[in-house]
Ligand binder design. Structure first.
Ligand code: DI6
Ligand code: FE
Length: 401
């Protein structure tokens, strides 16, 4: 049987079955962008590959998937970081026009080209560590034109950098300056979501449900609009307090509830019942010096899939390293190595509604791979500030880093 590429002499992290689904001394074949064969050494003898690659004992995982980023934005808030080091509070910074609003101002002022110029280095940093699929949220425009601009730039950057970008509309990220929350949410629901959906600019809708952002009543309104326009649902929930947003989102069949530091038993039960993924964001926990851990043990016991992501954003998680995010998941949240790697592959794919296409090494899945110079999978989580990536493969095509 003819195939495009056969990798031999490799160890596979398949994420199939329980745990990591490790297959040592294996081989993997790709044809027309999909995985054609996965098996032990020699099991592909029936194949006639156009290209045969000796993996020289390297490890292959699914390409890494970052399922929660705000990567496309303009401006820089390092100054706020310095202020906070001098004891200035978030609230004081926000009152002085800083915080999300300062990024909104800079993003609105940037045209497509400038927004892409500022965002591209962040995407390239992610790509350099084995990311093949990445979610990008809007949420720094807060007008239809500027939200559209963010999502268009995200799509264009993905195409230019050979990374699959999954766009999410987060118009309900903050109340724009000079607006009242409810009338703004009404515009999000009756004007923005219909337009974004009609133009095919997003696959899901997200909302920042928090005591400093939007209420669960407003989240219900946004979810109803998303459902009416065929868009999936995600939520930033229980990051700073328990607003019961995750439970509400799960009852709407949300793909994921993200942050969830303050998640309670009812929220966990609703997520378990709905199959909603808990997306854990240790970068924001670390950078904001949070002290409330997500209920990891209870989520684990309830069988809620755990994903990890960088939450790359200028205010609470200026992080563009999936490898560091995995180390934080283990070191700060006490996730296991298996959970950390699954958090950036199989479960991240589920959080993006793509569990049937990416995140596992199985026949028929997209052939998106990360090839690593490591001695064991734990090296991906254990090391800090070291990048062992040898190459990425995107839809079966090697893409040297
Ligand atoms: N939660 C967060 O931590 C970020 N957004 C959100 O919904 C903060 C974004 C920012 O500060 O720019
Ligand atoms: Fe976020």
């Amino acid at each position: 049987m003819q195939c495009d590429t056969l990798w031999t002499n490799v160890h596979l992290i398949t994420l199939c079955g329980d745990g990591l689904g490790i297959l040592r001394d294996g081989e993997l074949a790709a044809h027309e962008g999909r995985i054609l064969h996965v098996g032990p050494a020699g099991s592909g003898a029936h194949l006639q590959p156009t290209r045969r690659i000796d993996g020289e004992g390297r490890w292959i995982s699914p390409g890494l998937i970052d399922c929660h980023t705000h990567l496309v934005y303009a401006g820089n808030r390092a100054n706020e970081f310095e202020q906070r080091l001098q004891g200035v509070s978030y609230a004081d910074i926000a009152r002085a026009g800083g915080g999300i609003v300062s990024t909104v101002r800079a993003t609105r002022a940037a045209d497509h080209q400038e927004l892409a110029r500022q965002s591209r280095p962040r995407l390239l940093a992610m790509r350099a560590e084995g990311i093949t699929t990445l979610e990008v949220k809007s949420g720094y425009g807060l007008t239809l034109d500027d939200e559209r601009k963010q999502l268009q730039v995200a799509r264009a950057l993905g195409e230019a950098c050979n990374v699959h970008v999954v766009p999410t509309f987060l118009g309900a990220h903050a109340v724009p300056p000079g607006r009242e929350a409810q009338e703004y949410i009404d515009e999000v629901c009756t004007v923005m979501i219909p337009a974004i959906a009609a133009e095919g600019l997003a696959e899901a809708v997200d909302i920042f449900c928090e005591n400093i952002a939007f209420s669960t009543a407003q989240a219900s309104q946004v979810f109803a609009a998303a459902e009416a326009h065929g868009l999936a649902i995600k939520i930033h929930a229980e990051q700073l307090s328990n607003q019961h947003g995750a439970e509400l989102a799960a009852r709407h069949g949300a793909l994921s509830a993200d942050h969830v530091e303050h998640l309670d038993a009812a929220g966990i039960a609703a997520m378990a019942e709905a199959g909603t993924v808990a997306v854990l964001l240790p970068g924001a926990f670390y950078f904001t010096r949070d002290t409330t851990l997500p209920p990891i043990a209870a989520l684990r016991a309830a069988g809620v899939p755990l994903a990890l992501a960088t939450d790359c954003n200028p205010g609470t998680s200026p992080l563009t390293s999936p490898l560091l995010a995995m180390n934080m998941g283990a070191t700060l949240f006490r996730l296991t190595v298996e959970e950390c790697i699954a958090g950036f592959t199989r479960h991240a794919a589920q959080a993006l509604g793509r569990g049937d296409r990416i995140g596992r090494l199985a026949v028929g899945m997209d052939c998106d791979l990360a090839i690593w110079d490591i001695d064991a999978p734990a090296d991906l989580v254990y090391r800090i500030g070291f990048n062992p990536l040898h190459a990425r493969v995107v839809r079966g095509q090697p893409d040297p880093v």
